[in-house]
Structures are given as C-alpha cells and as structure tokens.
Ligand binder design. Structure first.
Ligand SMILES: [Zn+2]
Length: 279
C-alpha cells in the first residue's frame, strides 16, 4: 500500500507520495567522516542501529491552483524489484493521474529521482508536462554519459523525454511561488526547491542531506557525494534559509512523510519532526 500524505503550505496544497523504500544500503555509506562509535550513538538517537539503513524515497506534488508540479519521479516501473516505482499508485490513490502533472522538476540525475520519467514501454510517463532539468545535470549525461549502467540509464531517460525538456540555470522561478535553487555537492549541479505562499515556506532539500543526522553533523556525507565541501556549504545555505523563514523542510530520503523544521543551536541544527497538528 502506497503511503501518501496531504499538507498545506499557505495556499499551496502539497502531497507527499512514497515511491518505495530502498533497503539494501549499510548506514555507514551515508555517514563518511563518522567514527564507528560516533555513528552508533548518532543512529541510536533515532532508534537506529548500524547495519542496513532504511532509505525511503518520497516525491512531492504541489498544487498551486494554476499548476500541478511534481518534484522528482522516483524509480519508475523498472525499479519495482528494488522496492521503488509506486509513485503512480500514489497519484491514483489521491485521485490524480500522470496526465494531470503539468510541470516536473528534476533535482539531479540519480536513478531514484529520474527513472520514473518513462513508463514500462519507454514512453514519457508525464505526457503533458514541461520537464525542468538543471542544465548542468543534463550536460553530465547528454550527449555522453560515463560508461556505467546508472549513467547510461539516466541518459536514456533524459533523451526519451527530450521534446518536453526545458533546461534551466538556478536560481529561477519555475511557476509562480516555486523556485529552484542551486545546492551542489551531492552531484555537481544538484538543485533544491523552495515553495512559498504568503508567509509560509517549504524547502525541498532533496539529497543535500539524507537524514536529519546530517543536520547535527553537517560534515558527514554520503560516500557518493561528488564534492563534500560543497554539500556542507549547501546544507548551511538551506538550513539558514529554513531558520530565517521558519520554513517546513522536506527531505526526499527522510522517514515518511519527510517533513520537519529545524532550530539553530550554535554550529549545528536540531531537527524537529513535523507534527500533523500544525496543519
Ligand atoms: Zn536520492
């Protein structure tokens, strides 16, 4: 059963849709820089143990009234065997279909964010959408991609929807109230999304952090982050923005629905998970 969760950010109607959970990663791969003891104690604060690390993937739909925007596409039908690919079920459970999405924002080129761009036949999964891709992420995979399976897969996905693609350079407003901001580090051209309505603000950090532990230990990073110093700088930028705006944060890989706020405490930030009573 696909999990979905509705919430509001000012006048924006938001729906978190769990695309599924990846379950085959060791915790240690997300926290390079931590000693075994440090990691054990950081995990324990969240009721976790070293070993396999739960890694949910949660896409967001934002309805602005004029636009229906999807942020990242999950793993698509071909990722079902890896536990992903449930976005379409979630849309259906919420009374929507892929045809209702008029804007797709892609944060970066990793498979859990882009593989859902096409359906099981290789055709565009979101036929009516502008597909927003950071120019630098596109250039990483097209015209040439590294010769590994994941890079080739992303290249194939991007090219399959090329006629719908609009390449952008952050920082830029995509539709009224929804901006894409540069947060490099996880990948060279990774972007995050900031949605605002009135005094309310939602910051989708995507993979700038994989878990709230990264807010308390901003130097720890996933093994595959291409530039850890940039990851750290991007986190600080997002966290300062979140504190200044008293913004709601959404983490793509945080425990479902991935929502919370942060408070600043000296050199680190404390995660305050979202309470449904807030809405
Ligand atoms: Zn990811």
């Amino acid at each position: 059963m696909t999990q979905t969760y509705r919430f509001h950010v000012g006048g924006l109607e938001c729906i978190a849709i769990n695309d599924g959970d990846l379950t085959n990663y060791q915790a240690s791969v997300f926290f390079d820089g931590a000693s075994d003891d440090e990691l054990r104690s950081a995990l324990a604060q969240y009721g976790l143990e070293p070993g396999l690390f739960p890694f949910p993937c949660t896409c967001l739909v934002i309805k602005t009234g004029q636009h229906t925007v999807l942020i990242d596409t999950g793993g698509g039908a071909e990722s079902r065997e890896h536990g992903l690919g449930h976005l379409m079920d979630g849309l259906q459970a919420e009374g929507m279909s892929a045809a209702d999405i008029d804007t797709v924002i892609i944060s970066h080129g990793h498979f859990d964010h882009v593989a859902g761009l096409t359906d099981e036949n290789g055709a565009s999964a979101f036929p009516n959408a502008r597909i927003i891709i950071p120019r630098g992420e596109w250039a990483t995979y097209v015209p040439e991609a590294e010769d590994d399976d994941y890079a080739q897969m992303t290249r194939k996905k991007f090219l399959a929807v090329e006629s719908q693609v609009e390449l952008i350079d952050p920082d830029i407003e995509i539709v009224p109230g929804i901006q894409v901001v540069a947060t490099p580090g996880h990948t060279a051209h990774h972007v995050s999304v900031v949605a605002s309505s009135g005094d309310d603000c939602l910051i989708c950090i995507i993979d700038a952090a994989d878990h709230a532990i990264h807010f308390e230990h901003i130097d720890w990073h996933a093994e595959w982050d291409v530039d850890p110093a940039q990851t750290r700088a991007s986190r600080i930028k997002l966290l300062n923005l979140a504190v200044d705006q008293n913004a709601l944060i959404h983490g793509f890989h945080f425990p479902f629905p991935g929502l919370g706020r942060v408070s600043r405490e000296g050199n680190h930030w404390k995660w305050l998970p979202y309470s449904p009573d807030e809405d």
